[in-house]
Design a protein around this ligand. Structure first.
Ligand code: C2E
Ligand code: MG
Ligand code: MG
Ligand code: MG
Length: 280
């Protein structure tokens, strides 16, 4: 009987595994088409000033509406795009769309500082800084209204190239943020070695900030240390008012999270942004 269970569970596991391999392969093919068939869209999530709640900018987050699966999470398709060599094309779409949108809003008289996410694989492109700078020039978007968010894995490969890219970007006024801070490896060494502008504390340190003395101490220390080094600090994934007030008290600079707004399509976002600006 044990053998039967073993065989059954093996069969189940095997078929599910097969399905996973197939769907990942399939999803890769679908991803190729997504670009040409216009299935991508940028959503925008506001960042607000921790002291005044005034909106101070937004992060562009990529959405893929798959024709039969619906929305697929970027946590799923970004790593896939990296694996199958599509990340540069997708990253370019994100860059062009965000620059165009930022310029359009600026022309309409509302300046929204925008951040895009850049994956570690994209940082391997030695022309990345030039492409970003050229795109902003093309759209006539002032560089001080643009920033990129890099995760800690970006700093693992090709440290020297990464440093050059960051330097080039920052020399024009484009800001550079370290994203998901605290979740990667040897975090402290690169905030020591790299000149950066913004540090985003990962949501995982903030979820239990009210319950956990340890987490509160960590977050408080990250904020103090970062500010002492001249970095602006953003808290990610804030969902409750208690979390918000705590971060206010710890003197965090900016807050992003569902408490204020979810990522929204461009039109919905800009309505929200204007309304909030008039309120605060
Ligand atoms: P990230 O850059 O750390 O973005 C923050 C993620 O947290 C977003 O998920 C956002 O929707 C979510 N979030 C914001 N506030 C809250 C909150 O209060 N609670 C919770 N539970 N979540 C919140 P999303 O949009 O699914 O993106 C996931 C990750 O995918 C991003 O993490 C980023 O690493 C990557 N990603 C998204 N768009 C792009 C892109 O255009 N290019 C690249 N290379 N990566 C992207
Ligand atoms: Mg980000
Ligand atoms: Mg993050
Ligand atoms: Mg993340």
């Amino acid at each position: 009987q044990a053998k039967d269970i073993g065989r059954n569970s093996f069969r189940f596991f095997s078929s599910e595994q097969h399905q996973q391999i197939h769907s990942r392969y399939q999803l890769g093919n679908d991803l190729l088409q997504a670009l040409t068939e216009d299935q991508f869209e940028l959503y925008y999530q506001p960042k607000v000033c921790a002291q005044t709640k005034c909106p101070v900018g937004a992060e562009a987050l990529l959405r893929w509406k798959h024709p039969s699966l619906g929305f697929v999470s970027p946590d799923q398709f970004i790593p896939l795009a990296e694996d199958i060599g599509l990340i540069d094309k997708i990253g370019n779409y994100v860059l062009c769309e965000a620059a165009k949108q930022g310029a359009q809003w600026a022309n309409e008289g509302i300046e929204v500082p925008l951040a895009i996410n850049v994956s570690a694989k994209q940082m391997l492109d030695p022309n990345l800084a030039k492409r970003i700078i050229n795109e902003l020039e093309y759209e006539k978007l002032p560089p001080h209204l643009f920033s990129i968010e890099l995760t800690e894995t970006s700093f693992l490969h090709c440290l020297e190239e990464t440093q050059i890219t960051i330097k080039e970007l920052r020399s024009t006024g484009i800001q550079v943020a370290i994203d998901d801070f605290g979740t990667g490896y040897s975090s402290l060494s690169y905030i020591r070695n790299m000149a950066l502008d913004v540090l985003k504390i990962d949501r995982s340190f903030l979820i239990n900030i009210e319950q956990s003395d340890i987490d509160r101490t960590i977050v408080s220390s990250i904020i103090d240390m970062s500010q002492a080094m001249g970095l602006k600090v953003v808290a990610e994934g804030i969902e409750t008012d208690a979390q918000f007030r705590r971060l206010q008290q710890l003197n965090c600079d900016q807050i992003q999270g569902y408490l204020f707004a979810r990522p929204m399509p461009a039109l919905e976002f800009i309505d929200w942004y204007k309304r909030q600006q008039s309120l605060t």
